[in-house]
Design a binder for this molecule. Structure first.
Ligand code: NAP
Ligand code: MG
Length: 403
């Protein structure tokens, strides 16, 4: 069989630990046998980020702006333990944070539903999509340790030299302080991508913040969403028979637990980080979730929402057999290839992406899965496969489907 052709390369961002191992297996067994894969490769593994003073992360984001579609492997965000483990020059920032700050936009995360895994929340019969604002707030903060008594102020110096000051706190002893920001333009593009995605997928959109407590910061989010909605989307939503509403974050959490799913929940950056882990875990596993960053300029970065699965990696290094779930990473590849196929008008590539996803889900629904799913499936006698055997089982199915 001739391999499926690509036109424009994908931006390929390799990563760390167990997901780096899975990355190579997916390419070797699931993609390269069928697709004449074209990528621009960037090694975002921590060693190379350290060697390049993190320039490689910036270059990969610039390539994404240029080429339009990226696929990213999970990467280590260094902490104190990683400093010595990798002998780092510096505690480099989160690559996801750097890339999102450069691309702006919104991350959409949707559970990957299979018929043999029931969500912990019994009434969730349809997926819940989290739309996470990908710019600013605590991910682009400035923090300070306050050593002793003294006053901390927020100072704004206008381009014209004018000044605005606000006392944050008059400390009588040691403590901590944090400054963060967001931009009207970024919030507006967040709102637009959420409204567009809701129309695209015909689902209601919920948005929630804590504007009763954060009367200026969070309130600005609420106002911008409402202005954009009233001006540009109210009519289109009415025609589509879908709804937008705003509520407080704590009310939203309570309502989500009682809902049956099938809607988009727009969250500020931090809320989206935390809530997407909760929603995906409740739907079965962190590894059963798609994640895509959609920037206002129309570029896409597909990734898995989980981390580098460090504990499994150390087992792997000791020569033990692992059973790590590769579904989210497979769907990052299929999502990116499908989008590339759509943009380049390559129906065969789009079909390949669809078949890859169907083979993955079919393997699980026929009872072959990794340990995380075998523990929670409703199927009797599921077969627990190793990391590589699961990928090989998908490859076998895919080869038959593509014949
Ligand atoms: P993690 O890698 O998501 O793993 C946490 C636990 O969740 C694992 O120990 C495992 O549980 C389970 N798990 C996650 N993904 C799984 C999979 N694909 N298959 C089976 N089980 C899975 O999070 P972490 O251990 O907190 O973080 C490890 C590293 O990842 C950190 O350095 C962090 O900076 C980085 N990270 C990167 C990203 C990203 O790049 N997208 C996101 C989050 C974290 P059991 O051990 O119980 O089997
Ligand atoms: Mg997270």
């Amino acid at each position: 069989m001739a391999k499926i052709e690509m036109k424009t390369p994908l931006v390929e961002m390799d990563g760390d630990e167990m997901t780096r191992i899975i990355w190579q297996m997916i390419k070797d067994d699931l993609i390269c046998p069928f697709v004449d894969l074209k990528t621009e490769y960037f090694d975002l593994g921590l060693e190379y980020r350290n060697a390049t003073d993190d320039q490689v992360t910036i270059e990969s984001a610039e390539a994404t702006k240029r080429l339009g579609v990226a696929v990213k492997c999970a990467t280590i965000t260094p902490n104190a333990a990683r400093m010595s483990e990798y002998d780092l020059k510096q505690m480099w920032k989160s690559p996801n944070g750097t890339i999102r700050a450069m691309l702006d936009g919104t991350v959409f995360r949707t559970p990957i539903v299979v018929n043999c895994i029931e969500p912990c929340v019994r009434n969730w019969t349809k997926p819940i999509t989290i739309a996470r604002h990908a710019y600013g707030d605590v991910y682009k903060n400035t923090e300070m340790r306050v050593e002793g008594p003294g006053t901390v102020e927020l100072v704004y110096t206008g381009a014209d030299g004018s000044e605005k000051r606000e006392v944050v706190f008059a400390f009588e002893g040691p403590g901590v302080v944090q400054g963060m920001h967001n931009l009207d333009a970024s919030i507006e593009s967040f709102a637009r991508s959420c409204f567009e995605y809701a129309l695209d997928t015909q689902q209601d959109l919920w948005f929630a913040t804590k504007d009763t407590i954060s009367k200026i910061y969070d309130h600005r989010f609420k106002d911008i969403f409402q202005e954009v909605f009233d001006r540009d989307y109210a009519e289109r939503f009415a025609q589509a028979g879908i709804e937008y509403f705003y509520t407080l974050i704590d009310d939203a959490v309570a309502r989500v637990m009682k809902a049956d799913g099938g809607f988009i929940w727009a969250c500020k950056n931090y809320d989206g980080d935390v809530m997407s882990d909760m929603v995906s875990s409740a739907f079965g596993s962190l590894a059963m979730m798609t994640s895509v960053l959609v920037s206002p300029s129309g570029v896409y970065e597909y990734e898995a929402a989980h981390g580098t699965v460090q504990r499994h990696y150390y087992k792997h290094l000791e020569g033990q057999v692992t059973s790590t779930n590769s579904v989210a990473t497979i769907f990052a590849w299929s999502g990116a290839l499908r989008k590339r196929g759509e943009l380049d008008e390559l129906p065969e590539l789009v079909n390949f992406a669809n078949q890859l996803e169907a083979a993955t889900l079919g393997t699980i629904e026929d009872g072959e899965m990794t340990g995380d799913l075998a523990r929670i499936t409703t199927l009797e006698n599921p077969k627990t496969l190793s990391t590589s055997d699961f990928i090989k089982a998908v490859a076998k199915r895919l080869a038959i489907a593509l014949q």
